[in-house]
Design a protein. Structure first.
Length: 258
């Protein structure tokens, strides 16, 4: 992290960014610049707000609540289109679907978790958000988001009915265990492959248990193809965000929950 003179910085920036920068920093002389250097690639981050946005929209926290900023980045990676159905099957406190509903209101978001406490927290976060909007006086149509209690291995969703899956999987540290992940990860990829539309569906998945994920993905390579990996730091842990594309392979419908 370095601090940089605002005037010098504007010399380096295209005009659209200059306008944005001055809008947020009209009475300051220097701003924070973050350079993320990886091999021959540099990502330049410039603070546009004085207050951090990593907790926006979240009021009820759980043991592994994801930063809203990371949730936003994950959603953006799968390029949501209007009318897309976007599912977070392991939503915890709901950081991903809440960010999705706020930033992509033209999509419909469905989220669930097998832990009733997590579902309760996610519902409380949505209620707080609705109240905040009410207090601001904005005419509210609610949020395009449903939260359900379910098991990811047996989702009550039709085969091929979902466009996008974005989720933060248990790392096996604070939630679950590395041992359980060896069964959970392949089962997750299989069930996510069933509900996702063949050919066009995509998934963005975050995990720190990279070894287990790689093994599960190699077993299910006929259903999911890995397109891109982004390395991220989650509370000091070196984690990966995988962008997967659904292949055309059909997956048989399971009816075990009827
Ligand atoms: C890393 S946490 C997700 C945290 C979430 N992104 C947040 O912001 O709170 C993983 C979640 O997966 C859930 N989970 C674990 N096994 C599951 C299963 N079989 N079905 C559904 N959810 C499951 C856990 O309860 C936990 O909330």
């Amino acid at each position: 992290m370095l601090r940089c003179d605002l005037q010098d910085l504007t010399l380096l920036l295209p005009s659209t960014y200059k306008a944005e920068l001055f809008k947020h920093h009209h009475n300051v002389l220097s701003v924070q610049v973050l350079l993320n250097i990886h091999n021959n690639e540099v990502v330049v981050g410039i603070a546009l707000t004085e207050e951090s946005l990593h907790r926006r929209n979240i009021t009820h926290f759980g043991p592994t609540t994801l930063r809203s900023t990371l949730a936003y980045g994950m959603l953006r990676l799968c390029d949501p289109q209007p009318t897309d159905i976007i599912v977070d099957p392991m939503c915890g406190t709901g950081a991903i679907p809440i960010e999705g509903a706020m930033e992509w209101p033209g999509c419909f978001h469905i989220a669930g978790d097998n832990n009733p406490q997590a579902v309760k927290r996610a519902a409380s976060n949505i209620c707080s958000l609705l109240k905040k909007n009410e207090n601001k006086g904005s005419a509210s149509l609610g949020v395009p988001l449903d939260i359900v209690q379910w098991d990811i291995c047996n989702l009550p969703l039709r085969t091929g009915s979902v466009d996008v899956i974005v989720t933060d999987m248990p790392f096996g540290k604070r939630i679950g265990s590395k041992k359980k992940n060896w069964d959970l990860y392949p089962a997750c990829l299989m069930e996510m492959g069933r509900i996702c539309t063949p050919g066009t569906g995509r998934a963005v998945l975050l995990t720190q248990d990279k070894k287990c994920f790689a093994k599960a993905l190699s077993r299910l390579g006929h259903i999911w193809r890995k397109n891109h990996t982004v390395w991220v730091n989650v509370g000091g842990l070196h984690a990966a965000v995988y962008l997967l594309k659904r292949t055309w392979e059909r997956v048989e419908e399971k009816r075990s929950f009827w």
